[in-house]
Design a protein around this ligand. Structure first.
Ligand code: G
Ligand code: G
Ligand code: MN
Ligand code: NA
Length: 254
């Protein structure tokens, strides 16, 4: 793990980058968006994954600061892609702490205002169902306020938390992201298949979209389509890539 001071320096020194992993509609072939995933381009150690630095700062104001950098950078990227004719939605991961900041919605509004050419509906927030959600009615209000700004909100890693069904009932989200652990084993494990089917059934009943994560092979994609799940993300479609690589990937995918 890196030190807090080194991470602070990295943020000031512009060493963080966002990689983007495409999300596609497997039925139409359309690239519907991308998930932004943070990396640290360390001058000596190379590209470092989030687990090296996010746990160090998650309970610290620096975590909130980095979270704002992520949203700002994603909005800038949406605008840049839009200007070059690529209309992609980008979703960012939001830590429970960040979402529970008392001024989260105000700061999100300010960030959207700073990017007037970006339609708010092009931005998505991926929220982890988390035991850190002590006050569900408060979180529900925050999510509703984000949606009122026009931003999309999805529940990440759905099914792995300890009270998924309560969250589904109480939180006004657009989509459920079916956790990759269930998707990965669904072809061999009838219990994982049952979980994937159940989440799809719940999503339909609650009128939420469903997106499968961790789609690693064509067989996974075909099976998901048979089950009625058309939105997907995973190594079998594309790995997370630098922003500069996405237009070419997108053109070759169509
Ligand atoms: O990007 P993977 O490549 O390694 O991501 C590992 C974990 O880090 C995932 O759970 C992912 O949601 C999380 N993560 C990636 N980028 C961000 C980010 O910008 N903010 C937060 N809070 N989590 C992120
Ligand atoms: O928690 P979250 O769902 O945001 O985590 C995203 C993480 O999953 C990132 O680390 C990303 O690199 C990883 N990921 C994306 N697609 C796949 C996949 O098909 N297989 C595996 N094993 N990991 C994936
Ligand atoms: Mn995510
Ligand atoms: Na996820």
């Amino acid at each position: 793990h890196a030190s807090l001071e080194r991470i602070r320096h990295a943020l000031a020194n512009n060493e963080f980058v966002l990689y983007y992993q495409p999300k596609v509609n497997m039925r139409t072939g359309v690239v519907v968006g991308a998930e932004a995933l943070i990396r640290w381009q360390h001058p000596e150690q190379g590209l470092l994954p989030p687990n090296v630095f996010l746990p160090v700062i998650e309970d610290h104001p620096l975590g909130v600061e980095l979270g704002e950098w992520v949203i700002d950078t994603a909005l800038r990227q949406i605008a840049a892609w839009h200007a070059s004719g690529l209309n992609l939605a980008v979703s960012v991961n939001i830590g429970a702490r960040q979402l529970q900041q008392s001024d989260f919605v105000e700061r999100l509004r300010a960030l959207l205002h700073a990017h007037p050419h970006v339609k708010p509906s092009r931005l998505g927030l991926e929220v982890l169902e988390s035991s850190a959600f002590e006050d569900l009615s408060c979180i529900s209000t925050v999510i509703a306020a984000c949606r009122a700004l026009g931003v999309h909100v999805d529940l990440d890693d759905f099914g792995t938390g300890y009270s998924s069904l309560t969250y589904l009932k109480r939180l006004p989200v657009n989509a459920l992201k079916i956790d990759q652990s269930f998707v990965r084993d669904m072809l061999d494990d009838p219990e994982d298949l049952a979980i994937v089917e159940s989440v799809l059934g719940l999503a339909a009943a609650f009128r939420r979209q469903a997106i499968a994560e961790g789609v690693e092979t064509c067989e996974h994609g075909l099976r998901l389509l048979q089950l009625g799940c058309k939105l997907a993300q995973g190594y079998g479609i594309a790995r997370p890539m630098p922003a500069a690589a996405l237009p070419e990937w997108s053109a070759s995918w169509q």
